[in-house]
Design a protein around this ligand. Structure first.
Ligand SMILES: [Zn+2]
Length: 60
């Protein structure tokens, strides 16, 4: 069944909701697993969501 109203929270356009990702450095740890670094989205401050902005017209 479809949802009649859109969700209130909007997914971040820059990271598409994946606000923190692990990137391999190309190196290996002692146990053989890949060494990773965490990269966070700067656009949404690693929340994965953006606030709804209501546009208002200003009367001149
Ligand atoms: Zn983001």
């Amino acid at each position: 069944m479809t949802q009649p109203t859109p969700a209130r929270a909007r997914i971040c356009r820059d990271c598409d909701g994946f606000s923190v990702v692990a990137i391999t450095t190309g190196l290996r740890n002692r146990d053989g697993s890949r060494e990773t670094v965490a990269a966070t989205c700067r656009a949404c401050n690693s929340t994965g969501r953006v606030r709804l902005v209501v546009k208002r017209e200003v009367a001149a």
